[in-house]
Write a protein that binds this ligand. Structure first.
Ligand SMILES: Nc1nc2c(c(=O)[nH]1)N=C([C@H](O)[C@H](O)COP(=O)(O)OP(=O)(O)OP(=O)(O)O)CN2
Ligand SMILES: [Zn+2]
Length: 164
């Protein structure tokens, strides 16, 4: 059985080393489908969608109306700091693939016990960046037992003046 929950957020980013338009700062209305695989128990519910939302929402809230910035992109980091606007520092490029992997890692680490308790064995995360492109990553929950959980507080830079 596979069940799925959708999330949405708005964010800006750039791929600084991209040979074409994507090197410019631009924005996307991101959509993310999280699919969870397992066998429902006597409750006829594999996992309550609200539990998935409880785990993933802090990440989506951190990402909504942020600018993703690569830790190595010092020019953009300085500009964002000067402007005092919300941004989220990634240890690499803000590609659709990287964001899908990040969501999967976030869910499978912060939600590890919850997923195991409900017998969720695997997740698929699909992040859609534009109408014409998306990335899907597949993760086996048991593989994340010793994986460090992403730390939102370290990655999110938000000034009081712009916090929602
Ligand atoms: N494999 C990847 N390729 C590209 C990524 C990515 O994350 N993974 N990202 C970009 C850019 O961020 C861009 O925003 C999206 O690119 P693209 O699909 O080319 O966008 P367009 O709106 O120009 O696409 P249309 O062809 O007009 O639909 C680039 N590549
Ligand atoms: Zn883009």
């Amino acid at each position: 059985m596979t069940v799925a929950k959708r999330f949405r957020w708005e964010a800006a980013h750039r791929l600084a080393d991209h040979p074409s338009l994507c090197r410019n700062l631009h924005g996307h209305s991101y959509t993310c489908w999280i699919e969870l695989d397992g066998t429902p128990g006597p409750s006829e519910m594999l996992i309550d969608f609200q539990e998935v939302k409880r785990v993933v929402s802090p990440l989506i809230d951190a990402w909504d109306h942020c600018t993703y910035v690569n830790r190595d992109d010092t020019a953009l980091r300085e500009a964002l700091a000067t402007l005092g606007v919300k941004h989220y520092v990634l240890d690499g490029r803000s590609t659709t693939e990287a964001l899908a992997d990040y969501v999967a890692r976030y869910l499978c680490t912060h939600g590890f016990a919850m997923l195991q308790d409900h017998g969720v064995t695997a997740v698929q995360v699909r992040v859609q960046e534009t109408e014409t492109c998306y990335a899907i990553t597949r993760a086996t929950v048991a593989d994340y037992a010793d994986t460090p959980a992403p730390d939102l507080e370290q990655a999110l830079v938000e000034t009081e003046a712009v916090a929602g």
